[in-house]
Design a protein around this ligand. Sequence first.
Ligand code: NDP
Length: 443
Amino acid sequence: MSYVDEVIEKVIAKNPSEPEFHQAVKEVLESLRVVVEANEEKYRKEAVLERLVEPDRQIKFRVPWVDDNGNIQVNTGYRVQFNNSIGPYKGGLRFRDNVNLGIIKFLGFEQIFKNSLTGLPIGGGKGGSDFDPKGKSDREVMAFCKSFMTELYRHIGADVDVPAGDIGVGGREIGFLYGQYKRITGLYEGVLTGKGLSYGGSLARTEATGYGLLYFTDEMLKQNGQTLQGKTVVVSGAGNVAIYATEKATQLGGKVVALSDSTGWIYDAEGIDLKAVKEIKEVNRARLSEYTKYRPNAKYTEGKGIWSVKCDVALPCATQNELDIEDAKMLVANGVIAVAEGANMPTTIEATQYFQENGVLFAPGKAANAGGVATSALEMSQNSERLSWTFEEVDAKLKDIMVNIFAKLSDAAERYNAKGNYVLGANIAGFEKVVDAMLAQGV
Ligand code: NDP
């Protein structure tokens, strides 16, 4: 049996009931097959793949807190520190009811390669809890965040592990978490990113993942003789990534006609009114169904179905496995030319293959959405320097980083005779740097 297949089997046997982690490992190792086969003897001897798929440590803890009725609630907290070969662990915290160890591990594993692709000195990690801030009062969210940090603080630090936001963790949660870290440790340091501007946050961090996704998509289109100008775009999700992807897509000349949330989706043929969406989602924290109150000509549909909308460019920006083979078939039949992942692993493996077989330009999340973590690393730099850069400075650096990432993966794909296979290119380019550092540092 090949080394890759052997390690995939071991991962499944050793980590039962973690399907998302299996999926992420399979996706990465399959595309590394060519590199691994070219170095099989050395990699086996060094147990490179076994070391890569086993996190440095997995921390699981109890998070007790008191709700507004005086009842004690207990959630589970996680931090998986996956690999710090090229820098301190770095990756977001996800607060959502479906969070479990397998999901955190899949995200942490992907993060290793994503962070490597940015070219910045950051390792891979991820964390979170099965706590959902939705429907909770500010006081309850604060109580939860304080309790969560009361355990997490001992495992993190500005040069050790620097968490950030993800689904369910925005500016409010980061503020509460930071306050508690500072209170316990007495340290005012860049231990979290995505902080508010008044206490060490970076300008353009809020926009970074969505903007970066579009800088990447624009570059991918340009290098393939296309442009975003005049293209119809569908974006799923209506959270941080989706909102700023919509904003930049519009600035670059595209027309975004659909957005979704966890209950339904909206279609607005005249182009999404982003001001209305920001008010619904960022201010009122309400459902997208409210959108038709602002735009009576738009249509709201309950449930799934956003990928049935005809478009040139599809940007899945909601959550994992939200775009399956049936969705991919609809998009291809409707003439989609490019798909770029704003979310982490939103496209199933079958759907990804279908796009690639049908000549659709496909950008994997670990490259296309790396702008968020890259800008987090820029926030870390500013914190270390005790300086704040302007929006334009950060945005220009972000753009450079995204264009460079595209060049790296395009080059890696070509080196392995797979021109245009950006999934393969991203995994190989991310892997090469990490493995080089791992081997240099010994066992
Ligand atoms: P948010 O919580 O801000 O937004 C998530 C959005 O997706 C919400 O609109 C939510 O709906 C919707 N959603 C969640 N689950 C589903 C579902 N099953 N079906 C349809 N819609 C759903 O998160 P972010 O925008 O920050 O993150 C989105 C994705 O991007 C995640 O995969 C995250 O890991 C990834 N990512 C985020 C980065 C960042 O900087 N924020 C960086 C890199 C990746 P509702 O409004 O109803 O809750």
